[in-house]
Design a protein around this ligand. Sequence first.
Ligand code: GLC
Length: 577
Amino acid sequence: MSTDKPAERWYKDAVIYELHVRAFHDGKGDGVGDFVGLTRKLDYLQDLGVSALWLLPFYPSPLRDDGYDISDYFDVHPSYGTLSEFKRFLREAHRRGLKVITELVLNHTSDQHALFQRARRAPPGSRERDFYVWSDSPSKYAEARVIFKDFESSNWTWDPVAKAYYWHRFYSHQPDLNFDNPAVLRHLLKAVDFWLGLGVDGLRLDAIPYLFEREGSSCENLPETHAFLKELRRHVDARFKDRMLLAEANQWPEDAAAYFGSGDECHMAFHFPIMPRLFSALHMEDCFPIVDILKQTPALPDALQWALFLRNHDELTLEMVTDEERDYMYRVYAMDPRARINLGIRRRLAPLLGNHRRKIELINGLLFSLPGTPVLYYGDEIGMGDNIYLGDRNGVRTPMQWSADRNGGFSQADAARLYAPVNADSVYGYQGLNVEAQEQQPCSLLNWMRQLVAARRRHDTFGRGSTEFLDADNRRVLAYFRHGADDDILVVANLSQKAQAVELALGRYAGIQPVEIVGGTLFPRIGVGPYALSFGPYGFYWFSLGCGRRPPAWRNPEVQVPFLPKGTSPESPGLPA
Ligand code: GLC
């Protein structure tokens, strides 16, 4: 069980839950979520079974990019509470065994940050001016792409105060810091020490590929960036224990893997390219996109880990796919042009999958069993919908739906005061779709997710094992082993809307009786010949092959199946003694 796992490398066994304080729960009744509200909801997160919380930026900010435009690295945005309320939240999270990961936005600040206001007024060439990247002409670094292409036409913006152009890879109100200036590094390291000193367990390094600029390059993934990361890692290791750095590098697997360095940069990195391929594999009913991208993914040493996700606070990015794949994804997942933004799709998980319960279960079954640590986006555990009529990516950032009460139980404020409207449509509206209702239904998505999270956390092999794909002789079925120290797990998934059958060559496990992990059901013994399996539409199995090494702890019939709501009894445990 997770409780006796070693403290170091906790991120290998983690299930991460991503949330925005503003969207989670409003404890003070002013229409905006805050740390008081979040602290009250920690029991819910503990019951869900997740082990780490990733908090989106909660620092002082004009909030023109949902807080990624920071104006002060050392405080809490007054709408979300005070520093002492943050500290109390952190204590309470730790008391429940939950790790806390926060954002370190290195690449840029808000144009309202005092450093930028000082820089634009300082004489050219001065130390103050040099905190940011300036030019007399907007033609420098012409090979760098524009990322927010729906909003910006250039990476340079003219500043009438400085009488010069400043460089920005994102919105023009987010000037890039100048990493060639050692004073910038010192300022950011102070922020690192501040938050890690308070006890934060991990930092997500936002937009990490873009720190440096060099003429004649794409200004991404430059060697200088990796040198900087090594220095950051040395700094953290010298001062703190068991902390984790997570790279946000939306890159192909090989370039993303470079953010691990040789174990001396980040501990984790998001695997961006696998995400759209999970969706296309599901729509094509073909395992190829998944197998193909994982075969291009370098195997990692023990201390390192991929972070896997289905949806997050941004658009479903289609940067790391081919042009044909992008066209396909737009055609099948975003026919309505309003669902598109930049190079991606601004939708939540449930609407993307047509609110198809089996598809939602299957894709989570993959997320939780493929090599890496799964990251769940708040609200997706209850199948929340989105609102593509809100601007930017705000449609996937609406208030958490807690109950059928006013404002979905999110806030006591007048509806008009809410930072964003609660979803009230006829399919995903809070009146029917909310935590309280799903807690009362044994078969709800929420209870199913609790069961999945618990099953994953009982098996270290998911987070730590190696991966081997099997040829299932049927491209609609994806099959892979996860080989761990104490167990081998076989995952078999039907990607198709129709029933399927496969015969698998499992001869090397002859004599073993597979146990289906989520329900605890025994399956027929494996023989030397092909092992036949059949599935309903979108069905999947996680089998423990035990390997006779050590019976897994959960085979003990005394262990209570943890997911059922109070007052119901398990339908079919019958776990073998
Ligand atoms: C990252 C964030 C995104 C933000 C951008 C600029 O990509 O995920 O939300 O807009 O950085 O800070």
